[in-house]
Design a protein around this ligand. Structure first.
Ligand code: F6P
Length: 546
């Protein structure tokens, strides 16, 4: 299988791009296993370490000269110079005229010039922690005096994916007696499933919406409110059961949530970068504020690494350069993240918004259409499950799909299952790299008793091309700290790629049109009579049973 060069017309830094095109033509013919066999130092050079994580990128179609040229590209693009903007109030999000300061949410000390913002974050975290404490110690109770036993987060996108993933990933760190559930979809089936079995009198809702204009969240918040009223909780008793997080404090108050129950968000935090803010309130309820602070500390450790490490040793930068290499020079249009850790099952879903809502763009900073590829389709699922669903394509398909395997390597002695999990992860990386040729396939058939003639017929079907690239991200244990560092790693990878592609990674204008059309079509379902296009009109007629 050979990758074709992606659209690199008018790729920035043309001289370096030309070199990379030529190097890619050579590296497409490389044999990864041979690169490792011929150079015993490769596995020690094609690695980066930070905040307890180790990145092994030795199993790639990438030779030394290509790696060095990618570093030249990063230098020419001034990626590491630009990273300072993530730690200052410069309007990195230029189409919305906003700074990008999610790093401030986890900063362990006020960055110069951001003392006011740092103080606001600290004050918000203090109020967040007081509520968590009061619910945990029972000093905050429901309208009828019952302790709160269930937190329901109502939010979608960045107001759901991050908190939901972190709460699931850190299941081993849960505070006893507190169940945390998430509702995101406007489909009533979502909220109905979440509310099933709950006692309204011991349920606390957190309405999370940076804008508080998101129709799904507003609809679900209204439905939850009605559920409480139907349970006999009076209007003036609702305040004990509703919290909110938003930049839109007025809308929260209009919904009937008192100011004391509302925590602020800031427009310098993008939704997909917001789990570190009060949007992560559900996380703090689930694992307690000290553990939430550990999550922040892990992210801050990765921030410090990203902010100070030289390019050669910079882990987020290497993840980004590998993305640029495969997308823009090796022709890949997809990228898989496969965590071999059940608690990280929702990591790919979180990374989809982070990567594809940030870098799924096709115009540059000046609004000019791009002639080159940007964000690939990020997908994935947990291992070993994927081995029994999509790994067939990874091994014998026709798609070039670089894979990030995420491994938690500690406590293998804890159980046979954990050892089997890691053995499977390592074997998948090895099989992707080595494959199995025709002779070995034939031999494997005869070894299981297939006669020679049949074996000769079948062998081509068992050939595994191999030479398929993957990285390994590994750490000793999945803790709040290590998870925070991992998520910050991918945030900074996303930043680096956006800078090299010269796009704005922090707006999301592409989601607006669908929302606008949704409002019109919703009105048409109610009989507004508006006509659209033959396909939509036919669908509407069918739904309305015209
Ligand atoms: O889909 C666009 C988007 O604005 C995301 O960026 C955001 O995370 C999500 O919708 C929810 O937005 P809000 O937190 O404002 O409800």
């Amino acid at each position: 299988m050979t990758a074709t060069s992606a659209g690199t017309a008018d790729f920035p830094h043309p001289a370096i791009a030309g070199k990379l095109e030529a190097l890619a033509a050579r590296d497409r013919q490389a044999v990864i296993a041979s690169l490792l066999e011929q150079d015993s130092t490769r596995v020690d050079r094609f690695k980066a370490e930070a905040a307890g994580w180790r990145l092994d990128f030795s199993r790639h179609l990438l030779q030394d000269e290509s790696a060095a040229t990618l570093l030249e590209l990063a230098a020419d693009a001034r990626v590491l110079e630009d990273r300072d903007a993530l730690f200052s109030a410069s309007p990195l999000n230029h189409t919305e005229g906003r700074a990008v300061l999610h790093t401030l949410l986890r900063a362990q000390a006020p960055p110069p010039g951001l003392e006011r913002e740092y103080a606001e974050v600290a004050e918000c975290k203090s109020r967040m922690g007081q509520w968590v404490q009061r619910v945990h110690d029972g000093s905050h109770v429901g309208h009828r005096g019952q302790r709160i036993s269930t937190i329901v987060n109502i939010g979608i996108g960045g107001s759901d994916l991050g908190p939901r993933m972190v709460v699931e990933a850190l299941g081993g760190f849960r505070v006893p007696g507190i169940d945390v559930r998430f509702c995101a979809n406007v489909d009533p089936a979502d909220l109905n499933a979440v509310l099933t079995g709950l006692d309204p009198h011991s349920t606390l809702f957190i309405v999370c919406s940076k804008t508080l204009r998101t129709e799904e969240t507003l609809y679900n918040a209204r439905s939850a409110r009605q559920w409480m009223l139907d349970a006999g909780i009076p209007e003036d008793g609702l305040a004990q059961h509703f919290l909110a997080v938003s930049t839109n404090l007025e809308a929260a108050r209009e919904f009937g949530i008192p100011a004391a129950n509302i925590l602020p968000m800031w427009d310098w935090v993008g939704g997909r970068y917001s789990l570190w803010s009060a949007i992560g309130w559900s996380i703090a309820f689930a694992i307690g504020m000290p553990r939430f602070e550990e999550l922040l500390a892990g992210a801050d450790a990765m921030d410090q690494h990203f902010h100070s490490a030289e390019a050669r040793d910079n882990m987020p930068l290497w993840l980004s350069l590998l993305e640029i290499w495969y997308v823009n020079f090796m022709g890949a249009q997809v990228h898989a993240v496969i965590p071999y850790q059940q608690q990280l099952a929702r990591l790919p879903a979180f990374l989809q918004q982070l990567s594809m809502e940030s870098n799924g763009k096709s115009v540059n900073h000046s609004g000019q259409a791009l002639g080159y590829a940007t964000a690939p389709i990020l997908w994935g699922d947990v291992g070993t499950n994927g081995q029994h669903s999509f790994h067939q394509l990874l091994h014998q398909g026709t798609v070039l799909c670089p894979v990030d395997f995420v491994l938690i390597t500690g406590d293998t002695g804890a159980s046979e299952g954990k050892s089997r999990l890691l053995a499977n992860g390592l074997s998948q990386m090895r099989a992707l790299m080595l494959g199995r040729d025709l002779v070995a396939s034939q031999r494997s058939l005869t070894a299981r008793g297939t006669d020679a003639e049949r074996a000769a017929e079948l062998a081509p079907h068992l050939v595994i091309p191999g030479n398929r690239p993957s990285s390994t991200l590994s750490c000793e244990a999945l803790t709040p700290y290590s998870l925070g560092a991992l998520l910050a790693l991918y945030e900074h990878k996303t930043f680096c790629s956006g800078r090299i592609w010269q796009i704005n990674s922090f707006d999301q204008w592409g989601v607006e049109l669908g929302k606008e059309m949704g409002a019109e079509i919703f009105a048409a379902l109610d009989g507004s009579g508006q006509r659209f296009d033959p396909s939509t009109d036919a669908a509407l007629a069918g739904i309305r049973h015209d």
